[in-house]
Design a protein around this ligand. Structure first.
Ligand code: MN
Length: 722
């Protein structure tokens, strides 16, 4: 498609028109770049047509014109010309990047991404979240401006759409795009989107209103002329200069006022509205004084938005006067600068700024706008809530995610699938086992990004994993996992405590289950426990020592007059050590200093709050512990344990290239995983390596060591135990 081929559609805006518009504020080079983008876009869309029959490229051109009228920089215009090529043609982002650079590619990609998220109009309450989500998805506010221009052109040409589609698009426009434009202070665009939205959503109401306006307008002409003349005369008398503009209310605002305030058309429309644009703030207030002198002001209707600006930075003086024949006159008075901001909002920072724009400039522009609004609000002593909101929206700390049903959940940035699961429901969190993110099966620890659809897979009987605590971000997930683990730990502690007390009692007396309730009661009372399980839990957690508790049972037995002789006999009994499986969970742990593995001689050490910590018999740290005899627990491995334990190896290896790779490969071939490696060069010839690896037992470890010894680079190898 070339420029010439478009001549058969004379009503449409052509690339030559765009270029001459651009020449008024861009350099020759920049206009050439836009033209190059046009050629690319026209070729990509070649053969595609709009619903109305025109070649597709007429749409991106029209979008570019809207932005050119806003004096947007040439990268934005190029991106506007290309805005549909990723979405609607074979073109990929990389292609745009290589042809037009990173910045244009990012803009086009950004527009495509927010085009892909579909607003589900059933979820009307979610409109606010949806808008936030759009803002959160873009790193560059120009993406939103391009999207707004795209929507504006689509609304201007919505007539060709079938009625149901028209209604859906119009609704979305009023719910999503109008508030976006409003939030960014872009009034001119907002007003047009509103009127187009109204006409498409309620064609009959819009037509009736339009006809009423046309009828009423005829009667008004003379009155308007008369008022305008008086205003101008008065300004002249007072030596004030200002441009007086008569204005008419937009259909949508008439419609809304009638609807919200239940007013008749005449009541809303019979208002004569003028705007006076002045040079300085000082003049604005003096013009206000002159107007209040000219006509009597309506009490309570004066608003000083210069001193106290509106949330989006809008500044103006508003007043209502009793005009001739008692008709109300609305007057807005503001400076040129304020008028510019009132019309274009954030885009006013591109207007008339013809200097070369680059990436840092656009963020600077965005920040400048935010800063301006902030300054305006600060000087006015107004609430800063709005600006906080906008800031959060533009530089978000949150991610916006879809459930499979299309609802939107908001989570803090960095949140994972587990956070998402708990946000949906505590039960979902507690039983989740996997997740699908945008239909791909991914680990639960995967961080989530705005716009993704997350589906949580649960399994009945599944339970939270303590490891989740390492990556969850939300308080809800954290506290639920913690409370689950606490309950679990409690159960495990009771179980372990029972075994420990049972052994301690068996050694000096009789097993725990041979004790009657009334024998146990005094012990509980002495320790101040209500129930046996509380005492057992504390033993399991290492807070109470089983041998000492057992002594109390004996003393009680004395009270029940157990014979001394009998006690002696009992005392000589030997008791089997506590068997360790390694699956006890949170009340049995393995010391990091010596990393015991099945086959090692081991000893347990009751540690306050942690239950039993298992060390190797040879661990150096035990020297200190051994003084506290009551805390030692005799333990042994349960036979046939089949799970992985950690062990430490120290290797001295010759400094040879690739030696680490060979060692790692050998370990992996021996069915073991390396968990950690630390290396230190000892001299020029030898490096010392500390490797932590997984093994099942001593035999497994011995095989690995034998295998590593066959490597000639390894000069020394030994297991490290504390
Ligand atoms: Mn488009």
């Amino acid at each position: 498609m070339t420029a010439d081929q478009l001549t058969e559609y004379p009503n449409f805006f052509r690339v030559s028109d765009l270029c001459s518009l651009l020449e008024s504020y861009l350099s020759e080079e920049q206009v050439k770049e836009v033209y190059r983008a046009y050629l690319f876009g026209a070729e990509a869309h070649d053969g595609q047509h709009r619903k109305s029959g025109e070649p597709y490229i007429t749409h991106p051109l029209a979008v570019a014109k809207i932005l050119a009228d806003m004096r947007m920089d040439y990268h934005s215009i190029m991106a506007a010309v290309l805005h549909d090529v990723i979405e609607d043609t074979e073109t990929v982002k990389e292609h745009i990047q290589s042809d037009f650079g990173e910045e244009v590619a990012e803009l086009v990609d950004g527009v495509s991404k927010i085009t892909q998220i579909r607003f589900n109009s059933d979820a009307e309450a979610q409109a606010e979240n949806f808008r936030k989500m759009m803002l959160a998805m873009v790193r560059d506010i120009r993406v939103i401006l391009i999207k707004l221009a795209d929507r504006l052109h689509n609304m201007r040409t919505i007539g060709v759409m079938p009625p149901n589609k028209r209604r859906r698009i119009a609704k979305e426009t009023l719910e999503i795009y109008v508030p976006l434009a409003n939030r960014l202070g872009m009034n001119t665009m907002r007003l047009e989107l509103e009127d187009l939205g109204l006409a498409a959503l309620y064609p009959t109401r819009a037509r009736v209103l339009r006809e009423a306006v046309v009828r009423a307008r005829g009667n008004r002409k003379e009155v308007i002329k008369k008022i305008e003349t008086s205003i101008k005369r008065r300004l002249h008398q007072e030596n004030l200069t200002g441009e007086v503009i008569g204005r008419e209310k937009h259909l949508y605002s008439i419609y809304k006022k009638m609807k919200d305030k239940r007013l008749a058309f005449q009541e809303v429309f019979d208002v004569y509205a003028f705007r006076i644009i002045v040079d300085r703030v000082d003049t604005a207030y003096r013009v206000l004084g002159a107007m209040h002198n000219l006509y009597k002001p309506v009490p309570g209707r004066f608003k000083d938005y210069i001193a106290i600006p509106k949330a989006n930075g809008y500044q103006s003086l508003h007043t209502v006067l009793f005009g001739p024949y008692g008709v109300p006159i609305e007057i807005q008075i503001r400076t040129e600068e304020m008028d510019k901001v009132a019309e274009s909002g954030i885009a006013s920072h591109w207007l008339y700024k013809t200097s070369n724009t680059n990436v840092s400039n656009t963020e600077a522009n965005t920040r400048k706008w935010l800063h301006n609004v902030l300054e305006i609000q600060k000087s006015a002593g107004n609430s800063m809530e709005f600006i906080e909101n906008v800031k959060i929206d533009l530089f978000p700390d949150e991610v916006y995610l879809f459930t499979p049903k299309g609802e939107i959940l908001v989570l803090p940035r960095g949140a994972t699938a587990v956070d998402f699961a708990y946000a949906v429901h505590t039960d979902i969190g507690n039983t989740c086992i996997a997740c699908r993110i945008d239909r791909r099966l991914l680990p639960l620890r995967t961080p989530l990004f705005t716009g993704q659809t997350v589906e949580i897979i649960t399994s009945e009987g599944a339970t939270p994993n303590p490891a989740w605590l390492n990556f969850v971000h939300t308080a809800k997930a954290r506290s639920n996992i913690r409370s689950y683990l606490k309950n679990l730990q409690q159960e495990e502690a009771v179980k372990l405590g029972r075994q420990m007390l049972d052994r301690a009692l068996s050694r000096i007396s009789k097993p725990l289950d041979e004790y009657k309730k009334k024998e146990i009661k005094p012990v509980l009372k002495e320790y101040n426990y209500k129930k046996l399980k509380h005492l057992l839990a504390d033993i399991g957690l290492g807070n109470k020592l089983a041998p000492l508790v057992a002594q109390k049972f004996i003393q009680d037995e004395e009270r029940t007059k157990l014979k001394r002789k009998e006690r002696k006999k009992l005392k000589s009994k030997t008791v089997e050590p506590l068997l360790i499986k390694g699956t006890e969970g949170m009340v049995v742990s393995f010391a990091k200093c010596c990393h015991p593995i099945p086959g090692d001689a081991i000893i347990g050490f009751a540690t306050t709050g942690k239950g039993i910590v298992i060390h190797t018999d040879a661990c150096k740290n035990l020297g200190d512990y051994k003084k506290a005899r009551d805390k030692l627990v005799e333990v042994d491995w349960e036979p046939g344990i089949d799970r992985d334990f950690l062990a430490d190896l120290r290797l001295d290896v010759a400094n040879r290239r690739g030696v680490l790779a060979v060692i790692a490969a050998s370990i992996s071939e021996m069915d073991s995983n390396i968990e950690n490696i630390a290396m230190a060069e000892r001299d020029g010839i030898t490096t010392s390596m500390d490797i932590t690896l997984t093994v099942r037992n001593r035999r497994h470890l011995a095989r690995i060591i034998r295998r590593l010894r066959t490597n000639r680079s390894v000069t020394k190898i030994a297991r490290r135990k504390g």
